[in-house]
Design a protein around this ligand. Structure first.
Ligand code: PGA
Length: 260
C-alpha cells in the first residue's frame, strides 16, 4: 500500500482530489466509487472547486456509492442520497442518470441473519450487475471506521462478501449518533458493497484523518490481514493508496511512509 501523509486535513484532501482529477482527465467516463462520512468532505469541496475554476468535467463520469442506511428515504437529511447531493452532486455537472447510490427504502422487511428478504436480494444483485455493466469501478474512495470497517463492512465481515444488508455494530451506531437527534434514531441496518466488491475496484483510495483513526490505520497498514479489521484486506490489493493526515498516521512506522 502506498502511504502518503500530509500535515493537515486540507492538504490531504487536496492530494486526494488531485489523484481523482487526474484519473478523470485521463478517462472522462471514469467509473468513480464514492464514500460518505466526514472524511471525504474536504475532497468533495476540492473537486467542486476544480470543476468551477478549472473546468474539471464530470459529464461522462459514472458514480457508485458504497452504502446507504436501510429505512431512510432519499430526502432524509441523514440519508447518504441526501449527503451526496448536498456535498457533491448538485455542485458539479454529473449526469443524474450516471449516479448510483444504493436503495435504502424497501417497505416492510423480514430481517434474519439466515435468509435475505427477496426485495433486498434482488436490489443487491442488480447493483453488482450494474457495476459490471460499466466495466467495474476504476477508483474507489474509502473512509475507515474507528473499528477498521470499510463502507459498512464491520469487523468480522466476510472478506469475499458482495453487496448485501449488514447490521451495524454498537460502535458504529454510537459513532454515527452525532449526526442524529439521538442514538435511537440511528438506523440499525445498511446496504453496503461487500469487501469482495470493493476489492475488485481497479484502484483504491483510502482516506483517514484525525487521531481517532490512528489505531485503525495502524492495524490496516501494518497489522495482519484479518476480517476483524476489514481495511487490512487492502494489503492484498494491487493498487491501494492511503492518504492520511499526520494524526491518523501517527502510529505508523515512519520508514513505510511517504510525506506529501
Ligand atoms: P467518518 O466515517 O468519515 O465520518 O469518520 C468513516 C467511516 O466510518 O467509514
Amino acid at each position: 500500500m502506498l502511504v502518503v501523509v500530509h500535515s493537515n486535513y486540507e492538504a490531504m484532501s487536496k492530494k486526494a482530489a488531485e489523484i481523482v482529477a487526474s484519473r478523470i482527465r485521463r478517462k472522462p467516463n471514469l467509473v468513480l466509487g464514492l464514500a460518505t462520512g466526514s472524511t471525504p468532505l474536504g475532497l468533495y469541496k476540492e473537486l467542486i472547486r476544480l470543476h468551477k475554476n478549472d473546468g474539471l468535467d464530470f459529464s461522462k463520469v459514472v458514480t457508485f456509492n458504497l452504502d446507504e442506511y436501510v429505512g431512510l428515504a432519499p430526502e432524509h437529511d441523514q440519508s447518504y442520497h441526501y449527503f451526496m447531493w448536498e456535498n457533491l452532486f448538485k455542485h458539479i455537472n454529473v449526469n443524474p442518470s450516471n449516479i448510483h447510490v444504493p436503495q435504502g427504502m424497501f417497505g416492510d422487511l423480514k430481517i434474519s441473519p439466515f435468509e435475505t428478504d427477496p426485495k433486498i436480494e434482488q436490489f443487491c444483485t442488480w447493483y453488482e450487475d450494474e457495476i459490471k455493466k460499466y466495466g467495474g469501478v476504476d477508483i474507489q474512495i474509502l473512509g475507515i471506521g474507528g473499528n477498521g470497517h470499510i463502507a459498512f463492512n464491520e469487523p468480522g465481515s466476510s472478506i469475499g462478501s458482495r453487496t448485501r444488508i449488514k447490521t451495524l455494530t454498537e460502535k458504529t451506531v454510537k459513532d454515527n449518533a452525532r449526526f442524529f437527534k439521538s442514538k435511537d434514531e440511528v438506523p440499525r441496518y445498511a446496504i453496503t458493497m461487500g469487501i469482495g466488491t470493493i476489492m475488485e475496484s481497479k484502484e483504491l483510495l483510502l482516506l483517514a484523518n484525525s487521531a481517532g483513526k490512528a489505531d485503525a490505520v495502524k492495524s490496516a497498514v501494518e497489522g495482519s490481514i484479518t476480517a476483524m479489521c476489514p481495511a487490512s484486506v487492502l494489503q492484498l490489493h494491487r493498487k491501494a493508496i492511503l492518504v492520511a493526515d499526520k494524526e491518523a498516521a501517527s502510529k505508523l512506522a515512519s520508514e513505510f511512509v511517504t510525506y506529501g
